[in-house]
Structure formats: structure tokens, C-alpha cells
Write a protein that binds this ligand. Structure first.
Ligand SMILES: [Ca+2]
Length: 534
């Protein structure tokens, strides 16, 4: 190794020279590489922050403070609107149909995930909450130096985030390493904060502000009826509690003195848990706030409305910022060139997908979003299947069902919610809540054809199993056959693989040994994940 020595070192004696050199090298390692705080919300709609259009003054001061200190992307998307699949896109850098993380089953992903790659590059890696959802397996030691998962009754308090993030930062400092901290705020995931009515066993920590019913607006994708008002108010009070937690994490970072050398990336894992949002490919299912703060490196107070970005871009961006070599092929691209004012091709659309939620009952969907239009393919929209989404078991859905019985228009919308149709097309500039399906409108036939072509090209290029269904979308019998095959494959996987949730329940019993290879050789799933460490 040859070193060009600064003049002051030549003036030192030999032993002092060595001490100075070691200090210099250690200092360089610790000082020059940025820490990364990857901060996520759980089930928070993209427009639940003031800077993204929320009409409630001052509800989200800490999240808005991030936007003031950094750059935010107006058109940001997650690839898939369900917790575990979405978070695994972030950490694998691949679409679910390529990584195999279609739902909530463990997959032995064949290349390093983001935390593994960073760890090999000398980073201290830590995760706070959403632990089982954030990596392909539940073997947490494989990915993380620091892991903190709070029980339900304390997972949403400001005190928990202060304790855990302080511990994480101290752990990195003790090892003299920069950190990659994936801090996952669990608000505003269901169950919402409801004061003393908060669901039993869940954190009853109150938000720092309580909204009254008349302060909220019912989202435009729901029927505009006052019966939804309490649930929506509870949601926004829970957003406020999440903002309190974000504030505490940012306060700990400030107190650590590391803020100036920390890249903060902030987003939500998908839209709010209401009908037509979470677990759907409509804008309110897949859009996310996306804010990046990096003092001296990323411009403050900037809004990028020119580029459409998505969660496959997260991993390449973090690798780029930390000088970490990519562990293999990745589906997305670093956003740093965009932040430096450079142009990238194909930033006028994103592809999104849904496969299955936390059950072995798939509802495959694919969509292309542009700034003007959204085209959706529902492989399950044959009339034989009902929709599956989390809010089906909560008050907003019950309210919807009750209103439907009283009003034929709401009944029609409710039926569409439950059964959908094979293809949908929306002019989201005119119809941002995707209420008016234009797929049969002759005026939009050209738009529909163009978007179908682009979607098909992408599905073919990425070896998507759902292409088989897409190609027979005009033949309901063939589409039904595709669905039967897909459902059967999922059921078979569910008996064989580790379920990332509730693994001690009935799925534990009777699971035969085998390999997860349904997705085909060109995909990335290659290993047996049925033998997991617990
Ligand atoms: Ca979520």
C-alpha cells in the first residue's frame, strides 16, 4: 500500500505517526460513509401528510419537516400493496414474482439482501419492528446486528422508539461502524387508536393531538357518507401518533450528533387499510410519500414531480449512497442521479402487482401507472372470486355493506369492490379516486391498447407467471383455469413452506419437505426454505 502523507505527519515521530495513521484510517471509515436511516410508516396513505395534500393543518409536523429538509417525489409507488411482499421488494431489489416473495411465506432468496450486502461492507445493520415482514426468512441473525420487536401493547409508543433507536445508534458507535437502521413505525396500521376503545392488548399510547369528527374528509374512493367519519377520524389520529414516533426518532438522531452524515429515506409500505386502498392497485393502494434527506448532498425543499419512482429503486439507491457493490442483478435504479439533476429514461410509468395477502388464497393483479392513466388486469375478476383485503374484517367494510343495503348506487360500488372485472382503465388526472372504469369506452380504446402492450412487454421481460392469465383475459374459461392452477400452487406452497406469521398454528403440522421452484428457472427462487431456524 502506498500512502501520500500529509506534511504534518512527516513532522511526527515514528510511533506518533502510526497512531495518527490508525486514527486517520479509522476516522475515515467511520466519518466518510453515511449512516442510513430508512424510516417507514405502516399502511399510511401517500396523501396523509400535509406536503402531499392533506387538508388537516399541522397534523404531521415531523413528516413535513423531512420534506422541508430534503427532496420529495410526488409520484412514488410501492411495487405491491401488502406488508410482507412490499417490504421484501425494498430489501431484495426485485419484483415479488421474481423473488418468490409473493405473500407471507419464507423464501431462501438466492442473493444477498440489502442488509446482508451492507453488513459485508462494514455497516452495522439494525431493524426496529416489522421484523418478520422485512426479510425473506425469519432467520433474523442472517441480516441484522440489532433487532427490536416490541409486543403489541407497547409497539406504538414514543418511548419505545426512543429506547430502541438509541440502542441501535449506540450499538453502531460501539463497533465504530456506520449504521443502516430500518426503523418501522407501526402506525397507522389497524387497529386504529380509539382512546379507551383501542382494541384490547394493543398500545393505548395517545397521540399528541386528537381530531374531532368534523376535521376530517372522507377519502374520495369511499362513498361520501358520515357513517365512515368515525373510522376515518380514528385513522388520522393514528397517523398523528405515527408522526409523534417519527419526531422521536429524528430527535434521537439529532442528539446523537450524526444527523449531518445520515441519509434519511422515508416512505410508507402501501396505502391506508380501507376498501379500494390497501391490497389494491388503485393509486390509493400503491402510491407512497417518498422523502430523502441528506445534508449537503440532497437539496432541501425540492419537489420532484417529473420522475415516477418505485420501491425497487430503494436498494440500488442505498447501495449507491453507501458505496456498496450490488450483490447481483437488481430490478431498479439508484435515485441519486435524479437527485443530482440527471435524467433517466422510462421514468414516465411504473408497474405494480398484487399476488396474495397473508393467506394461501391468491388474487393476482397487475397494473401500469402513468401520470395520466392506470390500467389494471385482475386475473381473478371472472366473477367467481371475491376480493380479499384486510379491511374486510373491520368497521369500514361493515359500514360499506350496511350502506349498500340502503342505496342501490352504493350497492353497485360495493359489488364492484367485491368482484371487480378483468380489466380496468382510469383517467387519473380527471378521476384521481378511480371511480369511473373507462375500459369499454371507445374514446379510450387506443390508450387501453397502448397500456396493455406495455404491461405485456414487462410481464414477458420479467418472466411473470401471471402472463399466462393475461394472454387469455378475453376467454373467461381459460382465465378460470389459470386461476385454479394459481390457487392450487399457492395452497401447495402453504403446506410446505414456513409461514412468516402464525407459524405455530395449524400450518405447522403436516408440512412435507420440498423445494420452492414453482416460479421457473429464470426466476430467483432456487432453494428449499422449509427448514428454518426459529
Ligand atoms: Ca403495511
Amino acid at each position: 500500500m502506498s500512502l501520500s502523507l500529509p506534511p504534518f505527519i512527516n513532522a511526527l515521530g515514528p510511533s506518533l505517526w502510526l497512531i495518527a495513521l490508525c486514527t486517520h484510517l479509522l476516522g475515515a471509515a467511520a466519518d466518510e460513509r453515511p449512516n442510513v436511516l430508512f424510516l417507514t410508516m405502516d399502511d399510511m396513505n401517500y396523501d396523509s401528510i400535509e406536503c402531499y395534500g392533506l387538508q388537516i393543518d399541522g397534523l404531521t409536523p415531523h413528516m413535513d419537516s423531512l420534506a422541508a429538509k430534503g427532496t420529495r417525489f410526488e409520484y412514488a409507488y410501492i411495487q405491491t400493496p401488502s406488508c410482507s411482499p412490499s417490504r421484501n421488494v425494498l430489501h431484495t431489489g426485485h419484483y415479488p414474482h421474481n423473488s418468490g416473495m409473493l405473500g407471507f411465506f419464507g423464501v431462501d432468496f438466492p442473493q444477498d439482501t440489502l442488509p446482508e450486502a451492507l453488513r459485508k461492507n462494514g455497516y452495522y445493520t439494525g431493524i426496529i419492528l416489522k421484523v418478520e415482514d422485512s426479510t425473506p426468512t425469519n432467520n433474523v441473525k442472517r441480516y441484522w446486528d440489532y433487532v427490536k420487536d416490541y409486543p403489541k401493547n407497547s409497539a406504538r409508543s414514543v418511548a419505545s422508539f426512543r429506547e430502541s433507536f438509541s440502542q441501535l445508534v449506540a450499538g453502531a458507535q460501539a463497533e465504530g461502524k456506520p449504521f443502516y437502521a430500518n426503523v418501522n413505525v407501526k402506525d397507522p396500521h389497524l387497529p386504529f387508536y380509539r382512546g379507551e376503545k383501542t382494541k384490547e392488548g394493543f398500545d393505548q399510547s395517545p397521540p399528541s393531538r386528537h381530531l374531532s369528527l368534523d376535521e376530517v374528509t372522507i377519502p374520495g374512493f369511499l362513498p361520501q357518507h358520515d357513517n365512515f367519519r368515525q373510522e376515518v377520524t380514528d385513522y388520522y389520529n393514528t397517523v398523528r401518533r405515527g408522526d409523534d414516533c417519527v419526531g422521536e426518532v429524528l430527535a434521537v438522531l439529532e442528539e446523537s450528533g450524526l444527523k449531518d452524515n445520515t441519509l434519511i429515506i422515508y416512505l410508507s409500505d402501501h396505502g391506508m387499510s380501507f376498501p379500494f386502498a390497501k391490497s389494491n392497485l388503485y393509486p390509493n393502494g400503491v402510491r407512497t410519500p417518498w422523502i430523502m434527506v441528506w445534508p449537503g448532498k440532497i437539496e432541501a425543499g425540492v419537489v420532484d414531480a417529473a420522475n415516477m419512482v418505485a420501491s425497487i429503486d430503494l436498494m440500488p439507491t442505498v447501495l449507491d449512497a453507501t458505496g456498496t457493490t450490488a450483490p447481483g442483478p437488481l430490478a431498479g435504479r439508484s435515485l441519486l442521479p435524479l437527485l443530482n439533476g440527471e435524467a433517466q429514461e422510462d421514468r414516465d410509468h411504473v408497474f405494480v402487482e398484487h399476488n396474495e395477502g397473508p393467506s394461501a388464497d391468491p388474487r393476482p393483479m397487475r397494473a401500469i401507472h402513468t401520470r395520466n392513466y392506470v390500467y389494471i388486469f385482475n386475473a381473478w375478476g371472472t366473477g367467481d372470486y371475491h376480493a380479499i383485503f384486510e379491511s374486510r374484517w373491520w368497521r369500514s367494510y361493515a359500514t360499506f355493506a350496511q350502506l349498500a343495503r340502503q342505496n342501490p348506487d352504493i350497492q353497485q360500488r360495493f359489488d364492484f369492490l367485491r368482484y371487480r372485472t378483468v380489466e380496468e382503465l382510469y383517467d387519473v388526472q380527471q378521476d384521481p379516486f378511480a371511480l369511473n372504469n373507462l375500459i369499454d369506452d371507445p374514446e379510450y380504446a387506443g390508450v387501453a391498447d397502448e397500456l396493455r402492450d406495455r404491461l405485456q412487454t414487462w410481464m414477458a421481460a420479467t418472466n411473470d407467471y401471471a402472463l399466462e392469465g393475461f394472454l387469455v383475459r378475453d376467454d373467461l374459461e381459460q382465465l378460470r383455469a389459470f386461476m385454479e392452477t394459481t390457487v392450487a400452487a399457492s395452497k401447495e406452497r402453504s403446506l410446505r413452506l414456513e409461514w412468516k406469521r402464525w407459524q405455530k398454528s395449524f400450518y405447522e403440522a403436516g408440512r412435507p419437505q420440498g423445494a420452492l421452484t414453482e416460479l421457473g428457472e429464470a426466476n430467483l427462487v432456487i432453494k428449499d426454505s422449509s427448514k428454518k431456524s426459529k
